[in-house]
Ligand binder design. Structure first.
Ligand code: SAM
Length: 218
């Protein structure tokens, strides 16, 4: 007698999540296609699989979270990535947002301060076949000066202010998305470098875990 193989219960379908994101105003076809290609359930702890395709952040251990899909989609849309862009991400976490960036940019550099999260994200992304991502463990508030400048910078933890090293590492015409504000709630901000001017635009209110480091929270 053969035993039936059981598929993991993923709760809602990926398609239902994508429909919800479209209804919430995400329209960029390349971003939606990237979200459709990256399996969010590969980035969440096993006991949270039934929640993988809900539009909310989920715990990933070490007091950190995988970001809410809507915020991932909105941030990625605002970065307006082109296929040859070099992108810097601060806060690798589970690696989910990293994978979305790797789908749309030429090269992705990602920095995480918790070594265990960086190691598991790196293994996960290698298993999924991403070859255009470089990982570093350290304080991302200082950026990755050896590889600067970057066409796009995405900070996935909340900063008290935009770190100066990140402003300096943005290429002319470059875009940065970063949550800025208090420890509990923030505004997601888009910064565009126009020559030697940095122009800011607010995208939406948000809640992220704190960015801890020399140019962040202590
Ligand atoms: N985008 C990630 C994902 O999809 O899984 C979620 C990132 S989580 C909201 C924020 C991450 O930023 C955490 O993993 C945290 O350890 C990291 N972090 C906080 N301060 C940092 C810093 N100074 N440098 C690098 N990473 C930092």
């Amino acid at each position: 007698m053969s035993t039936p193989t059981s598929e993991p219960d993923l709760g809602r379908s990926p398609e239902a999540l994508l429909r919800e994101l479209r209804e919430e105003g995400i329209h960029d076809a390349r971003v939606l296609a990237a979200l459709a290609r990256v399996p969010r359930h590969a980035f969440v702890p096993p006991h949270l699989l039934p929640h993988a395709y809900e539009d909310r952040p989920l715990p990933i251990g070490h007091g950190q979270t995988i970001s809410q899909p809507y915020i991932v989609a909105l941030s990625t849309e605002a970065l307006a990535l082109r296929p040859l862009d070099r992108a810097l991400e601060i806060g690798t976490g589970s690696g989910y947002q990293t994978a979305i960036l790797a789908e749309l940019a030429g090269e992705v550099y990602t920095v995480e301060r918790v070594p265990e999260l960086a190691a598991s994200a790196e293994e996960r992304l290698r298993t999924l076949g991403y070859t255009n991502v470089r990982f570093r463990v350290g304080d991302g508030t200082l950026g990755w000066p050896e590889e600067a400048p970057f066409d796009a910078i995405l900070v996935t933890a909340a900063a008290p202010r935009v770190p100066n090293p990140l402003l300096a590492q943005l290429a002319p015409g470059g875009r940065m998305v970063i949550p800025v504000g208090g420890r509990v709630s923030q505004e997601l901000v888009l910064v565009r470098r126009d020559g030697d001017r940095w122009v800011q635009r607010r995208l939406c209110p948000c809640t992220f875990v704190p960015l801890i480091g020399e140019e962040g929270w202590t």
